[in-house]
Design a protein around this ligand. Structure first.
Ligand code: BTN
Length: 263
């Protein structure tokens, strides 16, 4: 582990563990969470050898980009934990604008992607271990949220449009971005605690990618096509087909770009 001193200046309540290289920051964060690490613990690796994305996909983890996993200890019911994904996506969007002092064209793609100029720049991964204890207490003891952000470069040949902050004309270090991100997370967690999910849902929707657009959703092996109407108060996506029938899905993924030829 590298010393956590140096350029990282995070608000109080965050505890940073920095590594040169890890297989995945998710696994290290799991270990720490199981050993009782507090909420606000962040694991950062400069490089990952087995970075993972959603739906079991690999996450190409090139040096210079940001790879972190954050530990949360939410007290909300399990059914509300997915709200944190929207909160984090919005925090990333706000931090991108703040650290570049610019009005980047940021959009959020359901459920947990961040796009700049319709290209994926970051993705979030929410994982928790559902033990019997956790189910009995109905709220997770801990939750690990992984963030991969293309600061310096975007991977090639991933099958959908991608970009990096560098390619958008901004040179931002992981430490600088992380300081902005922690401030935005703090602010939105307070808002979430005081006012619930509604304002975060509204903010997310105001930057939602593809509202009104016809799209195909993948849930397991099932593909559903319809027009993206909105997200429900619990964050599920609502699609409406040409006959007016609505489909509401809590999990799944919108196919993007080459997977669907939609861009
Ligand atoms: C996705 O869009 O599929 C989610 C990508 C999440 C990648 C991050 S990088 C840091 C953390 N460690 C991992 O192995 N994955 C997440």
């Amino acid at each position: 582990m590298v010393s956590p001193s140096g350029p990282f200046q995070l608000p109080c309540g965050y505890f940073l563990h920095i590594f040169d290289v890890l297989e995945s920051t998710m696994d290290e964060a799991y270990k720490l969470a199981k050993a009782g690490a507090p909420a606000g613990t962040i694991v950062l690796a400069q490089r990952q050898t087995k970075g993972r994305g959603r739906l079991g996909r690999p996450w190409v983890s090139l040096m210079g980009n940001l790879f972190i996993s954050l530990i949360f200890r939410p007290t909300c019911p399990l059914s509300r934990v997915s709200e944190l994904g929207f909160l984090l996506a919005h925090s990333v969007g706000l931090a991108l604008s703040a650290c570049t002092s610019s009005s980047l064209e940021v959009h959020y793609k359901w459920p947990n992607d961040i796009l700049v100029r319709n290209r994926k720049i970051a993705g979030l991964l929410l994982e928790a271990e559902l033990s019997a204890d956790m189910l009995a207490s109905s709220s997770p003891q801990w939750l690990v949220v992984g963030l991969g952000l293309n600061l310096k470069s975007a991977p090639e040949d991933v099958g959908y449009p991608v970009t990096s902050l560098q390619a958008e004309g901004f040179s931002v270090s992981p430490s600088r971005f992380l300081s902005f991100l922690c401030l935005e997370i703090d602010h939105l967690l307070t808002q979430w605690g005081d006012q619930g999910f509604s304002p975060i849902r509204e903010a997310w929707l105001s930057k939602a990618w593809g509202i009104g657009r016809e799209m195909t959703l993948l849930r397991g092996k099932e593909k559903i096509t319809g027009f993206f109407e909105t997200i429900a108060p619990d964050g599920s996506i609502i699609l409406k087909n040409e006959e007016g029938a609505r489909y509401q899905m809590a999990t799944g993924e919108i196919l993007l770009g080459l997977q669907q030829n939609s861009n």
